[in-house]
Design a protein around this ligand. Structure first.
Ligand code: XMP
Length: 516
């Protein structure tokens, strides 16, 4: 394992990703972890991330010098670089000269482990106030910029390396190469970590942990729970039962997809609970978005608990149901560490994610992975693209895409419109360019139109195509007009009671992706 020591902000996650792109397994640890604990993980290399602080700030995160003397290859980036410099006797000045953004890096001609084979001048991404003016003893300075005399250094003998910039970001044009030089040449690690390895390791670990007991898993139809279930199914076969709650707020074909495609690909034991009536009853007369979300979340948990009780009752007494499988991802874990004091914009109900007070031990086989890695694991496990490449779909489903009261008729109407939009987007090859495209029914709005020779008085449908990286921010997707035109024509022709299609051209913020 390669440890990425996190000094704050978002850098560590990205570094961990880049290490994995170099086909080496990495894990992030907080900078507050004691050095002995880090070393106890037997890391083959350690990377010190950047961070928002100045090394001279009071209370700024630090590291025990012993880490640098443990004989483990270390690569410091930005803040990590400066920390390494002062801990080992170099000089870091609070010069007041800030350097931010794209910067030209001049690489010295001396042989360098990190920079070999890269251009003498290359673009890097800088973001710092303090600057290193003298490298520690025994270190060679390997690069500089107009502002900082020591922008990179290395001590090949001790296997210690550092750069002032951020090699992990895309704007550092040779960043990945420099990182790989550290990993392969500096630390001598073989790049052999693959999705196949993860599956094998997880399967063995789950088998051992579960033994002859039983596990259940809530399937939402989303990528994460599907891949988690498929992985656990591979490990323990029929000792796993999946529960899929159909709340009637699914899109066209979605339930069938889980029932057929997923079962066909995995052979999993599936319990489908049709609870659509129950949800519709509970939602009757409600049009407030928050109230809808709460009702959907609450009903979901009740239905799941009931299904789970049935499974437990049916299980062999010798094989208790002791485990609950969840598709928790790495970013979920990282994000849940922070985020205090943030405003509650909407109550997200990760329907398919489950109540915390269920009395089970958790199996979370994807907790070390990022979304695109999960997709790769899914494909490797033989799940079809329709499941693995799915765009995100919110747990409360179409319930929060009908502005107004949710009724069966309105759901059917929206399902038709949504199916048309999805079909056309897929046909135009846009599925991967668009993060997701909510299709929203403004059920409480009517407008006048003309169709055939007559007046119509129907509802508008909103198309909300967005581009995003993590759904925290988003921009509206500049989609080809002809595709928009086809979707509009088909929806107004084929869906009763819809006489207008409009495009949402709001970014997030100020809009959110979903309308409710
Ligand atoms: P918003 O509307 O907050 O959505 O910009 C951001 C992303 O989250 C999805 N979303 C949800 N996903 N349960 C979920 O599992 C929810 O309650 C929920 N609400 C929104 C939304 O589709 C988008 O991808």
């Amino acid at each position: 394992v390669v440890l990425v020591v996190d000094f704050g902000a978002q850098y560590a996650q990205l570094i961990a990703r880049r290490v994995r792109e170099a086909r080496i397994y990495s894990e992030i640890v907080p900078s507050t972890m004691p050095v002995e604990e880090m070393l106890a993980k037997n890391p083959k290399a350690i990377i010190l991330s950047g961070g928002p602080s100045s090394v001279y700030e009071e209370g700024a995160p630090s590291l025990d010098r012993a880490l640098f003397e443990a004989g483990v290859p270390i690569f410091g980036m930005c803040y990590g670089f400066q920390l390494m410099a002062i801990k080992l006797g170099g000089t870091v000045d609070n010069t007041g000269a800030r350097e931010y953004g794209r910067t030209a890096l001049a690489v010295s001609k001396n042989a360098s482990t990190l920079f070999e084979g890269t251009p003498a001048e290359q673009q890097v991404w800088m973001s710092h106030g303090d600057a290193c003016s003298a490298a520690p003893e025994g270190f060679t300075v390997t690069a500089s910029t107009d502002v900082v005399p020591v922008a990179a250094f290395e001590n090949d003998e001790k296997k210690l390396y550092g750069v002032q910039y951020h090699p992990e970001v895309m704007h550092s044009t040779h960043g990945q190469q420099v990182l790989e030089h550290f990993l392969y040449r500096g630390a001598g690690i073989e790049p052999n970590w693959t999705m196949g390895n993860i599956i094998e390791e997880q399967v063995a670990a789950i088998r051992e942990r579960v033994g002859s007991k039983r596990a259940i898993c809530g399937l939402s139809g989303g990528v994460d729970s599907a891949v988690a279930a498929a992985l656990v199914q591979k490990a323990i076969g029929d000792q796993l039962t999946c529960v899929y709650v159909d709340h009637g707020l699914m899109r066209k074909g979605e339930t069938e997809q889980v029932e057929k495609d997923f079962v066909a690909a995995t052979g999993v034991q599936l319990k489908v609970v049709d609870a659509s009536e129950r949800f519709l009853d509970a939602l009757a007369g409600v049009s407030d978005p928050e109230q809808k979300r709460k009702i959907i979340g609450r009903e979901f948990i009740r239905v799941f608990e009931q299904a789970q009780a049935e499974i437990v009752a049916e299980a062999d007494p010798g094989e208790p149901v002791e485990f609950l499988v969840q598709g928790t991802l790495y970013p979920d874990i990282v994000e849940s560490g922070g985020g205090t004091g943030t405003a509650n914009i909407k109550s997200h109900h990760n329907v398919g994610g489950l109540p915390e007070d269920l009395e089970f031990q958790l199996i979370e086989p994807l907790r070390q992975l990022f979304k695109d890695e999960v997709r790769m694991v899914g494909s490797e496990l033989g799940l079809p693209d329709e499941i693995v490449q799915r765009q995100p779909f919110p747990g409360p489903g179409l319930g929060i895409r009908i502005v107004g009261e949710v009724t069966k008729e309105r759901l059917d109407l929206l399902r038709e419109a949504d199916a048309i939009a999805r079909e056309e987007l897929t046909a135009a090859g846009l599925d991967r360019d668009i993060w997701q495209c909510p299709v929203v029914l403004l059920a409480d709005v009517r407008s006048v139109g003309v169709q055939g020779d007559g007046r119509t008085y129907g509802h508008p449908i909103v198309l909300r195509p967005v581009s995003s990286e993590d759904a925290m921010t988003a921009d509206w997707t500049r989609m080809p007009y002809d595709v928009l035109g086809r979707i509009s024509t088909r929806i107004t022709n084929e869906v009763n009671d819809v006489n207008r299609v409009v495009l949402d051209v709001t970014s997030k913020p100020p809009g959110t992706i979903e309308w409710e």
